[in-house]
Design a protein around this ligand. Structure first.
Ligand SMILES: [Zn+2]
Length: 299
C-alpha cells in the first residue's frame, strides 16, 4: 500500500470520526424500534417480512434495521445518504414537504419522507401485483423503509439546515465532547441503558413495551392512524419531529454548552416515546402494505 493510499484511508477515517452523528438513531435505537414493531405484525406481514429478509437476518427484521447506515458511504450506495433526513430553513419550527424535501443540490424528492413514500410504493405494488415483473429489490426496500420510519422520528433528523440537524453544534455530554445530533442519536439512549437498564437493551425494550400497553395505551390508536386511509404518512411524523427539535433538542443546547442530568432526564421521556411511536408506526405501515387495498398518500 502506497503512502497516498494510507493518507486517503487516514483522511476517510478522520472524516468518520468527525461526523459520528449523521447516521440516524444509533444501532441500539434502530434495533429497539424494529423489535417493538415485530410485536405488532399481522400474520401476513410476518410471513412477507420473513420471505423478504436476507439470510443474514436469520428471520429477525431488527437484525438488519441499521443496514442503511452501514452502507450509506459505500460508493454504490452514496445516493442513499440524503434519504436519512430532511432539513427545514433555519429557525423554522415547521416542516413543509414541497419546501423542504430536497437534497443539498436542490434535487426535489431526495429526503427521508419521500424515501418512505417511495419504498412503500415499491413494496405495495409488488405485493398487489405478484404476477407482474418485480422491478425492485424488495429486500432492500423493506430494510430502507424500516430504517427511515425510525429516522424520521428522531427530532434532529428534521432539524435546521444551517447546523446540519445539530451535527455542527459542538456540546459536551457530561464530560465527553460530541455534537447535539449525536446526543439524540446515541448518547441519551446509551446513558439511559447504563443508568436505568443495567446496560441491557432487552430491559429497555420491555420497559417501552410496558408503557405502550400502559401509560400510552390510549394514544396508540392515534399513533397508528394514517389520514384518509393512506398506507404511509411520514409528513405528520416529520412535523412532530421539528416541533420536538425546537421545544427540546435545541433548547438550552447552544454551541459549547455542557449537557448533564437536567437535560438528560427531561429529554429521555421524549426519546422513549419517539422510539415507541416509530415501532408502532412501522408495524402499522407494513401491516397496511401487506394487506393493502388503500393508496399511498399523494405528495
Ligand atoms: Zn439513518
Amino acid at each position: 500500500m502506497g503512502q497516498s493510499e494510507l493518507c486517503l484511508i487516514a483522511k476517510a477515517f478522520a472524516f468518520l470520526l468527525l461526523v459520528p452523528g449523521i447516521l440516524g438513531w444509533g444501532k441500539e435505537g434502530h434495533y429497539l424500534i424494529c423489535k417493538i414493531a415485530e410485536g405488532y405484525f399481522t400474520e401476513d406481514t410476518l410471513s412477507m417480512v420473513k420471505e423478504l429478509l436476507p439470510a443474514s437476518a436469520e428471520g429477525d427484521l431488527a437484525a438488519v434495521c441499521s443496514w442503511p447506515d452501514e452502507i450509506r458511504w459505500k460508493a454504490h450506495y452514496r445516493w442513499s445518504s440524503a434519504l436519512h433526513y430532511v432539513d427545514t430553513p433555519d429557525f423554522f419550527c415547521n416542516y413543509n414537504y414541497s419546501r423542504d424535501c430536497h437534497d443539498t443540490h436542490e434535487h426535489k424528492g431526495r429526503c427521508v419522507t419521500a424515501a418512505i413514500y417511495n419504498y412503500t410504493r415499491q413494496l405495495e405494488s409488488a405485493y398487489k401485483e405478484m404476477t407482474s415483473e418485480i422491478r425492485y429489490n424488495l429486500t432492500e426496500a423493506l430494510m430502507f423503509l424500516s430504517h427511515f420510519i425510525g429516522d424520521v422520528h428522531q427530532p434532529l433528523h428534521v432539524g435546521f439546515v444551517g447546523d446540519l440537524g445539530g451535527n455542527s453544534i459542538t456540546v459536551r455530554w457530561y464530560r465527553r465532547k460530541t455534537n447535539l445530533h449525536h446526543v439524540w442519536d446515541n448518547m441519551i439512549i446509551e446513558s439511559a441503558l447504563k443508568t436505568f437498564y443495567h446496560s441491557n437493551l432487552t430491559l429497555m425494550i420491555q420497559a417501552i413495551q410496558t408503557n405502550i400497553s400502559g401509560e400510552w395505551y390510549n394514544d396508540v390508536s392515534a399513533w397508528r392512524n394514517c389520514a384518509l386511509n393512506h398506507t404511509a404518512c411520514p409528513n405528520p411524523y416529520a412535523s412532530e419531529s421539528i416541533s420536538l427539535a425546537c421545544k427540546y433538542a435545541y433548547k438550552n443546547a447552544t454551541p459549547g454548552s455542557t449537557l448533564e442530568d437536567s437535560y438528560f432526564l427531561s429529554r429521555l421521556p421524549i426519546v422513549e416515546k419517539r422510539l415507541a411511536q416509530s415501532g408502532i408506526r412501522l408495524a402499522s405501515t407494513l401491516n397496511r402494505i401487506f394487506a393493502s387495498e388503500v393508496k399511498v398518500a399523494e405528495i
